[in-house]
Design a protein around this ligand. Structure first.
Ligand code: AMP
Ligand code: ZN
Length: 483
């Protein structure tokens, strides 16, 4: 525990629509559940924004001295093409389209997702809770609430939302307007009732199906998050996160199930937090729109993945963030300036474990704490990091210690990231960097000998290879590949 608890952590609770002070259920701990990916396809960079946000939350809680237990689930069964009970099973549909098994598809996209998690320096949760590993327990959960809260139709077991108090409080006024609420299943008692068990239709076989008291079938999507969050974090835990779309259907349904299971009015989590969307000019980035940007596309275009993390941190998580290549370039350039400052600091400092004693640094640390404590205001915290790098007259060891602390929250790998690692290098450029550097040395030598003709020839050769020289670039980038 360090002194970073000076400012109480205030978080915006979507449920009460108010800023609340974080007060852990178990003193000294923080238990957080994050809705994870549905693994029938790649996650796009909008989805990844949701995990960068959850990671910022987890890192802030840890920095402020809480022992963090973070659970992220992997939805490998049960999510239909609509968030309400309409459409096809996303996994089965992907399997039918690709000719692969639903299990193989789930594993493939889970691995791709984990790779992106690592590339964005998102910390590993205490557990990746995989839905298909918990189906028996989900059936037990459903059994425990079936009598009082559910009814059976030909298509499955449905939750009657009128049996719990204040259904849909989280969604608020918007809940009636949205498309997903339209009653699409014959026989539902209330339009918002939802399946907690979906029976395999007569005469069909699903790749993913289990026996249950209601016949062969698969769990409803919402059931997994209730069951796994309660299993790993307890009936009442601290924080539940997800993208803002979950505020409308998925989380209200989880809350209803939690209330039924816990026999109380409490929603299960004390605080419900939602990140806003990453949008592009066409609107919200979504997988159903077919063409979507994933992290690999950014990397293929030559961008370091942490430039995208930086781009997300520059915005508050509750604001919409527009993706554009220009914004990404701006974030990369900012990151590069910071990294250059850190490189200079690393040359001066000997340790990142010095006690922070200088009053100006203590004041900066306090401001950083205040910014993060104000509903994770990462955009406000970044200029403080930049300010720290300008305070060159202050003790280097203490500055490096504070920098490491700040980076333990921001997760930009500032002590190991190098200027050259951030160079834009598109995958299809096929450049031999050693050869380019050698040519640059030759050109430098020619220039120092005032042999400008040779220097120009070398420049032309490099230009022909798509390498743009950046003489006089304030960031000392030296060269880049034409995008
Ligand atoms: P999914 O794999 O569709 O279940 O989504 C994974 C996570 O990404 C969920 O928390 C969603 O709410 C979130 N999400 C989906 N689209 C976006 C977006 N465009 N921007 C930010 N978060 C999103
Ligand atoms: Zn969920």
């Amino acid at each position: 525990m360090n002194d970073n608890a000076a400012h109480p952590l205030k978080l915006f609770n979507s449920l009460s629509r108010q800023m609340v002070t974080f007060a852990p259920v178990h003193p000294g701990e923080a238990r957080v559940y994050t809705c994870g990916p549905t693994v029938y396809n790649y996650q796009h960079i909008g989805n990844m924004r949701a995990y960068i946000f959850a990671d910022l939350l987890g890192r802030t809680l840890s920095w402020k001295g809480h022992i963090l237990t973070h659970i992220i689930n992997i939805t490998d069964v049960g999510h239909l093409t609509s968030d309400a009970d309409a459409g096809d099973d996303k996994m089965e549909k992907a399997a039918a389209q690709s000719g692969k098994s639903a299990w193989d598809i789930a594993q493939y996209y889970t691995n791709a997702y984990w790779k992106d998690i690592e590339r964005l320096n998102i910390r590993q949760p205490a557990k990746w809770a995989v839905a298909t590993d918990h189906v028996e327990e989900m059936i037990a959960f459903a059994k425990s609430i079936a009598d009082k809260h559910c009814y059976e139709l030909d298509s499955g077991l449905y939750f009657d939302v009128s049996t719990v108090p204040d259904y849909g409080r989280l969604a608020g006024a918007q809940s009636d307007d949205i498309e997903g609420r339209i009653d699409t299943v014959e026989g539902k008692r209330n339009p918002q009732d939802f399946a907690i068990w979906r029976k395999t239709p007569m005469g069909e076989t699903r790749q993913m199906e289990w026996d249950s008291p209601w016949g062969k079938g698969a769990p409803g999507w919402h059931l997994e998050c209730s069951q796994m969050s309660i299993k790993y974090l307890g009936e009442t835990f601290d924080i539940h996160t997800g993208g803002i779309d979950h505020r409308e259907i998925h989380h209200p349904n989880e809350i209803a199930q939690n209330q039924a299971h816990n026999c109380s009015e409490h929603s299960g989590a004390n605080i419900w937090m939602h990140n806003n969307f990453l949008i592009d000019r066409a609107g919200k980035m979504s997988k159903s729109s077919g063409d979507f940007l994933r992290l690999q596309v950014l990397i293929d275009r030559g961008f370091h993945p942490l430039a995208y993390r930086m781009m997300c941190l520059q915005a508050h998580y509750r604001s919409e963030l527009e993706f554009s290549w220009d914004n990404l370039v701006a974030a990369l350039t900012r990151l590069k300036r910071i990294v250059m400052g850190v490189e200079r600091l690393l040359q001066k400092a000997e340790t990142n474990a010095a006690a922070i004693e200088h009053p100006a640094l203590i004041a900066l640390q306090d401001k950083f704490d205040a910014a993060l404590s104000e509903d994770l205001n990462s955009s406000k915290s970044l200029p403080l990091l930049e300010e720290l790098l300008t305070l060159k007259k202050l003790p280097a060891d203490q500055r490096l210690t504070l920098l490491s602390e700040m980076d333990s929250v921001l997760g930009l790998e500032l002590s190991s990231l190098t200027r050259t690692a951030l160079r834009v290098r598109p995958m299809d450029a096929e450049v031999d960097e050693t050869a380019i550097e050698a040519k640059l040395d030759q050109r430098q030598k020619a220039k120092s000998e005032k042999d400008f003709a040779t220097a120009d020839i070398i420049r032309d050769e490099l230009t022909a290879q798509g390498v743009e020289l950046m003489d006089g670039d304030p960031l000392r980038w030296d060269w880049k590949i034409e995008l």
